[in-house]
Write a protein that binds this ligand. Structure first.
Ligand code: NDP
Ligand code: MG
Length: 361
């Protein structure tokens, strides 16, 4: 298998998972963005497979002839073309890079159809739902529900003045910086609703979200007969990574099951859409379809980067995304070139909007 984004949080945990399956996997190639030293160290420790840096290398390695599985753990829409390449080449795409499906959901589905590739979700909620959907007939699904931890500000009433280090302190998951900020704004859950729409082929009104602060139940499938199937597990990404890579060969030594008798009480509550407008914004963009989800995603990536760099306040992230979407004239997603052009437009527009927000002119 090929691991893209090998030096990141998911990439490193994926390497741990496959190291626990010595007879099951061989690393065919490793790729990262710019961390040449980190990539070299990983490669030396795992049989010195070929390596590559940057988006172009990721695309090339995604098509590598003697690989069956591509794990895409790149962060951001930078991972889209590698996802398309893997699906077109008929690979099993273990997908952590949810931005691929948000920015280019239709293109990914087309590429899979053309090339014969298929997507196995790594995102914990989607991996949970995929497990619950085993042996469920499509007509029996009433709706699916993604759970959300609620992030570090679930109970905070005033979201002004939040610093990057406060927003980076996630209560239940240890992840890369971009998704951690997305979890604090709840944009992550919005991106996941769009991701679920493309993965499971359900309309937006049948994809719900519930805040569940304990992060033990990851996904719920409600059936038409009134039953709900739920998947529960410790908040450990190695579990969904393993479910995507080796569904029939689980290794117990990676993570013990939840000890429910000594677990805290499990709570579920509706999301507060007034304090966390990112979720409504993402639903709006998803429902509008066409180029709108790609614009939402690109503007969000730029705004998160600006917030982490101290250029805009926390509340400026969603304000920027909203302003860019409001300026956008929707069109059909079309082809990759058109989509990449829209992505670049949204990033330029976001930077213009943020200059007014930050007061720098
Ligand atoms: P990290 O920031 O920890 O890692 C990102 C990886 O992507 C690094 O290997 C980085 O390389 C590489 N990368 C960055 N930019 C590029 C680029 N332009 N071209 C090629 N490679 C690039 O992120 P995470 O591991 O946290 O997240 C990865 C993806 O998985 C995201 O889409 C996230 O939403 C998703 N995800 C993550 C979860 C988690 O627990 N972390 C949970 C669920 C989903 P380098 O080190 O060289 O910069
Ligand atoms: Mg998730």
């Amino acid at each position: 298998m090929v691991i893209l984004g090998a030096t990141g949080s998911i990439g490193r945990q994926a390497i741990e998972v496959i190291s626990a399956h010595p007879d099951g996997f061989e690393i065919a190639a490793l790729a990262a963005g710019s961390d040449a030293a980190g990539l070299e160290t990983l490669a030396r420790a795992h049989g010195s497979p070929p390596t590559g840096l940057g988006a172009a290398a990721a695309i090339e390695l995604a098509r590598l002839e003697d690989s069956d599985v591509v794990l895409n753990a790149v962060v951001g829409a930078a991972g889209l073309e590698a996802s398309l390449a893997a699906l077109e080449a008929g690979k099993t795409l273990a997908l952590a890079n949810k931005e691929s499906l948000v920015a280019g959901g239709e293109l990914c589905l087309d590429a899979a159809k053309r090339g014969g590739g298929r997507i196995e979700p790594v995102d914990s909620e989607h991996a949970a739902i995929a497990q619950c959907l085993n042996n469920v007939a499509p007509d029996d699904i009433a709706r699916i529900v993604l759970t959300a931890s609620g992030g570090p500000f679930r109970l905070r009433t005033d979201l002004a003045g939040i610093t990057p280090s406060e927003a980076l302190a996630h209560p239940t998951w240890r992840m890369g910086p971009k998704i951690t900020i997305d979890s604090a704004t709840l944009m992550n859950k919005g991106l996941e609703v769009i991701e679920a729409h493309y993965l499971f082929g359900l309309p937006y009104e049948r994809i719900g979200v519930l805040v569940h602060p304990q992060s033990m139940v990851h996904g719920i499938v409600e059936l038409v007969d009134g039953s709900s199937l739920m998947q529960a597990a410790p908040a450990d990404m190695r579990i969904p990574i393993q479910a995507a890579l080796a569904p029939n060969r689980p290794r117990r030594e990676l993570s013990a099951p939840l000890d429910l008798a000594s677990a805290p009480a499990l709570e579920f509550e509706e999301t507060d859409l007034e304090r966390f407008p990112a979720l409504s914004l993402a639903r709006f963009a998803g429902q509008a379809g066409g180029t709108c989800p790609a614009v939402l995603n690109a503007a969000n990536e730029e705004a998160v980067r600006a917030f982490l760099g101290g250029a805009i306040p926390f509340t400026g992230i969603v304000a920027t995304v909203e302003a860019v979407l409001a300026h956008h004239e929707r069109s059909e997603a079309g082809n990759l070139e058109q989509l990449l052009e829209v992505d670049r437009w949204a990033r330029r527009r976001a930077r213009e909007v943020m200059r007014t927000i930050s007061g720098a002119g």
